[in-house]
Ligand binder design. Structure first.
Ligand code: AP5
Length: 207
């Protein structure tokens, strides 16, 4: 399995990617998660990426492409979440894996007002990365992860201004990307419940 998840911030790419990766035992490669780890580790890449991320902009292509290339070298099956995000990234991926290597490209669709609601309420476990939403997917105990008891935090780029900027950036990059993948793109209505979206997405693994 070599899949790509495209879609606006908050569309549920990460939520679905974690479920697909667990069910089909494939690697979940999230460029957002990889970059956040680099920022936390205060690596050279993290220092270069941090200000772009906090403001809701994109990290420069050359940095992201090099990071993903290193990761893909060791993997046979993966789900790319948040990559490619620009045409140069899509072209670099094609050059790396070859024509026809990506089995499925999914485009998650969600209206802007729902993006704002989802990201405004998102909370993530600092220890295991499990995702919650204060209204839609609440933890049993406020501020604590159901799975491991870790502390839940709100991402820096989930503030209103950064969310709006991320939506604008997505809209300016999405068209060329969808055109690049053309008829192969599977459009997913991401406004449904997590279970409904998962049922549709997983059906493509069996089809
Ligand atoms: P990244 O981490 O990739 O952020 P994003 O694409 O903006 O996506 P999100 O993680 O915000 O949302 P999601 O679609 O995964 O939704 P989620 O499942 O969390 O990137 C962050 C930054 O890193 C970028 O802005 C950029 O700076 C940089 N970056 C990353 N990749 C890059 C690249 N390739 N090139 C350049 N820069 C890059 O769900 C959101 C919330 O909704 C959660 O609370 C969840 O519980 C809830 N939820 C999920 N599904 C549902 C549902 N069906 N119904 C109700 N609630 C739901």
């Amino acid at each position: 399995m070599k899949w790509v998840f495209l879609g606006p911030p908050g569309a549920g790419k990460g939520t679905q990617a974690k479920r697909v990766a667990a069910e089909f035992d494939v690697a979940h490669v999230s460029t957002g998660d990889l970059l956040r780890s680099e920022v936390a580790a205060k690596s050279e890449l993290g220092k270069a990426a941090e200000s772009f991320m906090t403001g809701g902009g994109l990290v420069p292509d050359d940095l992201v492409i090099a990071m993903v290339a290193q990761k893909l070298d060791d993997l046979n099956a993966y789900l790319l979440d948040g990559f490619p995000r620009t045409l140069p990234q899509a072209q670099a991926l094609l050059e790396r894996v070859g024509d026809g290597a990506i089995d499925r490209v999914f485009s998650f669709e969600l209206p802007d007002d729902e993006v704002l609601r989802r990201l405004g309420g998102r909370r993530t476990c600092r220890d295991c990365g499990t995702m919650y939403h204060v209204d839609f997917v609440p933890p049993q105990v406020e501020g604590k992860c159901d799975r491991c008891g870790g502390e839940l935090f709100r991402r820096d780029d989930d503030e209103a201004d950064a969310i709006r900027r991320r939506i604008d950036v997505f809209k300016s990059e999405a068209g060329p990307l969808i055109d690049f993948y053309g008829a192969d793109v599977v459009t997913v209505d991401a406004s449904r419940s997590p279970d409904e979206v998962f049922a549709e997405v997983r059906s493509y693994a069996q089809g």
